[in-house]
Design a binder for this molecule. Sequence first.
Ligand code: URA
Length: 444
Amino acid sequence: MILSPIEIITRKRNGEKLTEAEIQFIIDGYTRGDIPDYQISALLMAIYFQGMDAEETAALVRLMRDSGVVLDLSDIPGPKVDKHSTGGVGDKVSLVLAPLVAACGVINPMISGRSLAHTGGTLDKLESIPGFNTQLDLDAFRRVLHELGVCLIGQTAEICPADKKLYALRDATATVESIPLICGSILSKKLAEGLDALVLDVKCGSGAIFADPAYSVKLAEALVATATEFGLPTVALLTQMEQPLGRGIGTWLETAEAIRMLKGEAEADFEEVTLTLSAYMVWLGKLTATLDEARERVTEKLRSGEAFALFRKLVQVQGGDVRYLDSPESYPTAEHRFEIRATTDGYVHRCHARTLGQVAMLLGAGRQKKEDGIDYLAGIEVLKKVGDRVQAGDTLAVLYRGTGPIPQELIDRATSAFAIAAEPCQPLPTLLGIVDEKGLRRWM
Ligand code: URA
């Protein structure tokens, strides 16, 4: 049968179900470069509005996975387990978690993404370390995994090439917030890694992909159901993203914060999320009998400095300049900075993650077009979060930009992210719930 992109776009636009052959035609044609960006953009927008059912979603995941190689890591001893986040503001967890779980004996073949919409991406953060190569070929990826038990790369021409192209296109066409497209993107990468188990961090709150937490729950359920259909044991933790995680937003600011945590100094929420996700990985990898034991093991590996030592080796092996790990203060500083200050005494009631993520992106920490470069010095340091007491004149956040003066409009937008009121306010909980094969259990 002769298939046509226009007919497929029209059918999805009209709310019809696509066949496996049609999805294959699109994924293969786009990966090869036969179907242009503008037609795929239209199809992505049609999927955004019309959705896909479970069968279409599973076909999308499988065909995206099979656009490249599916790894067989059975020659490397140890459980293969990975973590993936649906994306948040200030989410630098992977930079600490990957070496931490590897120090515990997990083999972590992590394929990550770049910044997406207002959320930051692990690859851009790693590349803020001069020389760090996230585009290793398969042989090099395997070699590093053999040597260190962990390696961090992006989608390549060999692994998940379909996601490499679709991910960048979704970012530039406002089609990120779609459950089937997110399932296709995340699970194609994770299934290509040849894993024994997967832990997902599904962010909930204004800074998450879906600002409405009810959609985050639906996303977690769809991800777990689809992964389970592929036989991959998967657990999704629902974590707080109403405000940014930790302090830094922006590539180098977040990398520096991850280095500080690996060296023993961490914000409580960042540490809690990282240790919890890491413990689940160690436990699902069957390296401990209980989750509590796994928690003790990861805590010990973080405190002993073993995770930092492994991260340092990893950065070295992947070509990064370890001088900036040894002395992060020697990294260049942004020429332009602006402090946002409290104008009244009181308590912070809002520290709006999405607004701060959008401002960080516009400062240069993310992209507005696929081709845009990243300003590694750009970002925001968040000094006060929900529940904190402040006095008039206290600094709430500092904006940084390396490529030019900070526009007043961005200062005004970042200021609007904060709300201060006289009455005390409780800090936000960090861990909200879990979705596993038993369904959803809320912790908060
Ligand atoms: N992370 C991904 O890899 N893909 C998405 O679509 C969202 C988050």
